[in-house]
Design a protein around this ligand. Structure first.
Ligand code: GYE
Length: 346
């Protein structure tokens, strides 16, 4: 081999070596970058821990937005106070999280802090209850239930019941143990009942908040029973209140059940996640439950994944839900054009 050829061969080898080195450096950096961008930091502000529904909802969120699934989740429990939730959101903004997920206590009072999140360029996903803000671009999307439809379904079920049992509308004497006042779940469920009261001429004796808790459900029911002696339907805006209300009714020496013609007091409620309430449903102590599905974790995860891949999710994402009942005669209810089947529980 001549000197020149030798030099060329050496240069060639060097060039190959350098390319190989660069290749490996580049691919190393790329791997590092991908594994870094894979961790998505989410700040989740949960409103509190008032009910079994809420606990199931929190668990579902923590499971879906887990480390194993590629998330760094900062979870804050608002302890039933909007001020705590606002503080949590401000902290998430300070920490420059990638996404904020908010399960708001009540609908109003979010404009300022959501504007701050928007100014910081952080997308906000609302989960469960809604926010009532003048500018809807302050949040990216929402996922949850149609609470008014839940109320309408329950009212339609009660109407079917009176028809089948041959009970006059004016003989339905209802008390409503409402949820947390100003929360979407309360607003929608109360509205579903009020509209039916107007439409059918039912006797709505009283409405008072039981704050979605068992303790308040018991207290409110006990005071209703002291005030009225003709209550025959208790509309509880969640299962925990229903459990409390049943305690109060039985403690007052009265019977719960669907046979209101023979003096039983009918209890109906919302959620269908609480084991005790489902047991009461089987026993006939609760006559009907409008399902409210709390398992939003995977839904929120899917919304984040859509956003991460550059997509635009639907603004409003509704969850399909059913009615559960132990009264076998009513197998479906109709609202407008839609017919909803009732899952009969035995
Ligand atoms: O029905 C109740 C809870 O916002 C749908 O809040 C939720 C409601 C749920 O505490 O049990």
């Amino acid at each position: 081999m001549g000197k020149k050829t030798h030099m060329v061969a050496m240069l060639l080898l060097l060039a190959i070596f350098m390319v190989a080195c660069r290749g490996s450096v580049v691919s190393e950096t790329t791997t590092e970058q991908t594994s870094e961008t894979k961790v998505v930091t989410v700040g989740f502000s949960q409103l509190g821990a008032e009910s079994d529904w809420r606990s199931a909802n929190t668990d579902s969120m923590l499971q879906a937005l887990s480390k194993e699934n590629g998330y760094n989740l900062i979870y804050k429990n608002g302890q039933q106070k909007q001020a705590n939730q606002v503080t949590a959101l401000r902290m998430f903004i300070q920490q420059e999280v990638d996404y904020i997920v908010l399960a708001p206590e009540t609908e109003t009072g979010w404009d300022f802090v959501l504007q701050e999140a928007k100014d910081a360029g952080i997308p906000v996903i609302i989960v469960d209850r809604r926010v009532d803000v003048a500018d809807r671009s302050l949040y990216t999307c929402w996922v949850g239930s149609d609470f008014e439809l839940e109320g309408q379904k329950m009212a339609a079920w009660l109407h079917e019941y009176t028809e089948k049992a041959g009970i006059a509308s004016s003989d339905l004497h209802i008390v409503n143990i409402q949820g947390t006042i100003g929360s979407s779940a309360q607003i929608g469920r109360t509205r579903g009942l009020s509209n039916a009261v107007r439409e059918y001429g039912w006797d709505l004796l009283a409405e008072e908040s039981g704050d979605f808790t068992e303790v308040r459900g018991r207290e409110v029911m006990a005071s209703f029973l002291r005030e009225y002696d003709n209550i025959n339907v208790v509309y509880c805006e969640n299962d925990n209140e229903a459990i409390g209300a049943i305690d109060a009714i039985e403690a007052a020496g009265k019977r719960v059940g669907s046979d209101i013609k023979n003096g039983e007091i009918m209890v109906v409620s919302f959620d269908g996640i609480n084991a005790q309430a489902l047991e009461y449903l089987k026993q006939g102590k609760i006559s009907c439950i409008a399902e409210c599905n709390p398992l939003h974790g995977p839904r929120v995860q899917a919304l984040i994944e859509t956003l991460e891949s550059g997509g635009t999710p639907e603004k409003y994402n509704y969850v399909a839900e059913t009615l559960f009942s132990s009264v076998p005669e009513i197998t479906s209810v109709t609202i407008g054009e839609e017919t909803y089947s009732v899952d009969i529980v035995k």
